[in-house]
Design a protein around this ligand. Sequence first.
Ligand SMILES: [Fe+2]
Length: 234
Amino acid sequence: MLFRQFFDRESSTYTYLLAERMGGEALIIDPVIEQMPLYLQQIAELDLKLVMAVDTHIHADHVTALGRLRESTACATAMGEQSGADCVSLSFRDGERLRADGVELQAMYTPGHTDDSYSFLLPSAAGDRVFTGDTLLIRATGRTDFQNGDAGDQYDSIFGRLLTLPEDTLVYPAHDYNGRTVSTIGEEQRFNPRLQVRNRAEYIEMMNGLKLDNPRLMDVAVPANRACGLARAA
Ligand SMILES: [Fe+2]
């Protein structure tokens, strides 16, 4: 399988390009508009046909490349049905599969960071991977204080769903601010400081006690992303 992890330094966002083989179909997760040339170059180099671009949720810290990718490659664009984004060509719900050749992502509805947050499970002979968006980060979890975020929902998504995956499942988040690129479910269970709580109430109290500044681009990014990144100049 072809697996490429891109990093946008400005927003510390990870983007993932997946394909079964050179010359085949590809799928991209959480593309950033400024990094479009990099994705298109890699797609051309590997002779891939981009068939789908998907966001794990409506991002508040960068503008999505979904709309621009659709314009330049005619790929499908996808977000969860809770996103309210009518610009996408496909909206999915919990349990649905997103496919590019033999690459098959299983959508897991994992709300909490936002009410439209999904994770994607990718079973693979080389080891299962889960793309956790901003639900579960490496040694952290996504904030829950705007975009209909809810700390209790996030606890349920993490403890009730993500942590029930096998321990050796590789965890690929949508961001990292400290230079880490990948973790595992077992590692996060043991070493993620936010997951060392005794119960749901304690998790909610901890998350509601975080005093965080709003993302710099939030007022621009959220409305732009509801339009797949195409309403940026409006
Ligand atoms: Fe986010």
